[in-house]
Design a protein around this ligand. Structure first.
Ligand code: CTP
Ligand code: MG
Length: 230
């Protein structure tokens, strides 16, 4: 099989704070990013991963494989989209231009096998690809500049974009390059694809496939592991 993943792990974790970038925080005896990698590579259809590291990263353990599957590394950029672009360029040659590639945050450790399976099953049947997403649960307010509420926005058909996201290698590179050349900051891969006129499929995933952004999120993941007896 030629299905590979790109795992951007080149961020600085500014919102998390502290000295160690969050992807390297020790959780249950291994760095946080190992949990994200395992969730991907444990799937029988995923054949390997490119881990995108920050320039000068001295914490990467040097793993050449994980879960018995090959790992590659490359150096990322200042914006997440630059890191993903670097990761796509570092995929092995066997991954062809129109092959699907998964992109998954290194800081999103609680992806379930069932959600990844659904994304692959349904996304590979779509011409463009697909993303995991969760429905918005809270009531949404639009504020004015003064902090007063102007109105309530209907939350029907509003979703929170998660990862992994599944797109074709070349189409995704082209879309990310186009966003970069237009000077537009994209916050997920799908946004770059949407700008190109594509209409990715939305696959509903679990609420608890959260990204570790703040220390409270890390506590949530530790709670999940403790409940599993780890
Ligand atoms: N990421 C990356 N390259 C960047 C920025 C982010 O590879 N230039 C990665 C992060 O390492 C993380 C994922 O993209 O795995 C999601 O980004 P985010 O949660 O925003 O992580 P950080 O950018 O590190 O955190 P912050 O925005 O708080 O600084
Ligand atoms: Mg960030």
């Amino acid at each position: 099989g030629r299905l590979w993943a790109v795992v951007p792990a080149a961020g600085r974790g500014a919102r998390f704070g502290g000295d160690v970038p969050k992807q390297y925080l020790d959780v249950a005896g291994e760095p946080l990013l190992a949990h994200a990698l395992r969730a991907l590579l444990a799937h029988p259809k995923v054949n390997g991963a490119v881990v995108v590291l920050a320039d000068g990263d001295e914490r990467w353990p040097g793993w050449a494989e994980f879960e018995g599957k090959p790992l590659r590394t490359c150096i990322g950029g200042d914006a997440r989209a630059d890191s993903v672009l670097a990761g796509l360029a570092a995929l092995p040659d066997e991954v062809r231009a129109d092959d699907f590639v998964l992109v998954h945050d290194a800081a999103r450790p609680n992806l379930s096998a069932a959600d990844l399976d659904q994304l692959l099953e349904r996304g590979r049947g779509d011409p463009v690809g697909a993303i995991l997403a969760a429905p918005v649960r809270d009531t949404l307010k639009r504020s004015g500049d003064d902090g007063g509420i102007d109105r309530t926005e209907p939350r029907e058909r509003l979703w929170r974009a998660l990862t992994p996201q599944l797109f074709r290698r070349l189409q995704l590179s082209r879309a990310l390059e186009a966003a970069r050349d237009a000077g537009i900051e994209i916050t997920d891969e799908s946004m770059a694809m949407e700008r190109q006129g594509h209409r990715p499929l939305l696959v509903e995933g679990a609420e608890d496939n959260f990204k570790v952004t703040t220390p409270a999120d890390l506590a949530r993941f530790e709670f999940v592991l403790a409940r599993r007896g780890l």
